[in-house]
Design a protein around this ligand. Structure first.
Ligand SMILES: Cc1cc2nc3c(=O)[nH]c(=O)nc-3n(C[C@H](O)[C@H](O)[C@H](O)COP(=O)(O)OP(=O)(O)OC[C@H]3O[C@@H](n4cnc5c(N)ncnc54)[C@H](O)[C@@H]3O)c2cc1C
Length: 361
């Protein structure tokens, strides 16, 4: 960063250090770009709540996720690389042990195996989990699956940025933003671009609020389960995922997907129903230690918003990660960086310019 008169001149001002802003700043730094991140450290941001699961299949019918063959291997390498740079473990490989909750789901799983699906497998040792779980209808295995350790990665990247004064912990006030075609001004900052990675705050952003966002509420519990092996994620309607803290026996269980809600607060109903389901499923004792709740920056057509505003080329967005920020954010942060630095294209389904007409209104 260089100062010019009393201004701070930078290439890019990034708003938000969730998983999107983390990877965007990481790739911009790798390209030698100057940047500043402004982040208010909101405690309920989805990046602080997520389990970090990167799963190749989704839903009751185990449909292969969008762009899986590009996005999964990319995510694995990206988390390993940023983890290496920070001296932390940012990702682990797991498999999901899928305990069939009803005959329909069992049938669906078995049919998928018969198609030769590369991610859905039989689990030969059907009695292997008898000491830990009740599962009358058997189980199968989904692999590979990754868990991104956001609880370690986000604070580590934040400390890295703070050390060099590349992150300011404060609220971004959009009323202080002045936009020109080639530059933006924010208080005493002058930047060539501003890029919004601010999750649900973009819903009120005058430049992007017309995008078809569809906020979705999610809740999860953190539970302590002494003795439960941590090399798997366990699934029976909900996902029970090991958190990284070594030896802490901590697992994340969730999540709910609620489209109709009054606020982002945790609800007693979720806590009670999840505790009851866990009591029926688990054979060993557990203790609830935390209840998390937040809003996912989801979109109506379940695709992210990536790129620069059609009328204001100095304003960009990396958002709309929905239920899949852990896998999508590294991939699209890299595409956005390559677009900015080398004018490479952004995938059509993700490029925010697919809404050029709406944004031009
Ligand atoms: C319960 C739950 C479970 C989930 N589990 C998974 C999972 O297992 N796998 C997966 O891939 N995804 C999961 N998700 C989805 C995932 O969490 C999101 O897709 C992802 O975190 C979005 O990241 P983001 O960086 O785009 O936005 P955010 O996480 O919302 O980050 C935005 C950042 O901007 C900051 N900010 C916002 N406004 C301002 C402002 N005005 N000034 C300054 N700073 C600001 C916030 O403090 C925050 O740090 C889950 C979500 C929930 C709610």
């Amino acid at each position: 960063m260089s100062s010019y008169f009393c201004f701070m001149n930078i290439d890019v001002l990034i708003i938000g250090q969730g998983i999107s802003g983390t990877f965007l700043s990481y790739y911009l730094q790798n390209e030698g770009k100057s940047f500043l991140v402004i982040d208010n450290n909101y405690s309920r941001s989805p990046s602080k709540i997520a389990a970090g699961i990167i799963n190749p299949v989704t839903g009751r019918r185990l449909v292969t996720v969008w762009m899986v063959e590009d996005i999964m291997p990319f995510a694995w390498k990206a988390y390993q690389a940023i983890g290496h740079a920070l001296g932390i473990n940012a990702i682990s490989q797991k498999s999901i042990i899928d305990f069939f909750p009803n005959p329909f789901m069992r049938e669906s799983f078995l049919q998928k195996i018969e198609t030769g699906d590369q991610y859905v497998h039989a689990y030969p040792e059907q009695n292997h989990f008898n000491n830990f779980f009740n599962y009358e209808l058997g189980c199968g295995e989904i692999r590979p699956v990754y868990t991104a350790h956001l609880e370690t990665l986000l604070p580590a990247w934040r400390s890295h940025l703070l050390k060099d004064n590349f992150l300011w912990e404060e609220d971004f006030e959009i009323s202080h933003l002045k936009v020109e075609a080639e530059k933006i001004y924010y208080n005493d900052i002058v930047a060539e671009k501003i890029i919004f990675c601010d999750g649900t705050s973009s819903f009120d952003n005058p430049f992007f609020k017309r995008l078809p966002f569809a906020p979705n509420k999610g809740e999860a519990l953190v539970v302590e389960i002494p003795g439960l092996p941590s090399q798997h994620i366990y699934k029976k309607n909900m996902l029970l995922t090991p958190l990284q803290e070594a030896g802490a026996n901590l697992f994340w269980i969730g999540a709910s997907y609620i489209w109709d809600f009054d606020n982002a607060n945790p609800t007693e109903a979720f806590r009670e129903s999840t505790e009851q389901a866990l009591r029926q499923w688990l054979k060993i004792p557990f203790t609830i230690v935390e209840h998390r709740s937040g809003l996912r920056p989801a979109t109506l057509e379940r695709r992210p918003f990536v790129g620069f505003h059609p009328l204001h080329p100095s304003i960009g967005i990396l958002n709309g990660m929905g239920t899949k920020g852990c896998s999508l954010a590294p991939f699209f942060a890299k595409q956005l960086t390559d677009n900015l630095v080398y004018q490479l294209p952004i995938a059509k389904d993700a490029d925010v310019n697919r809404f050029a007409k709406i944004l031009a209104r």
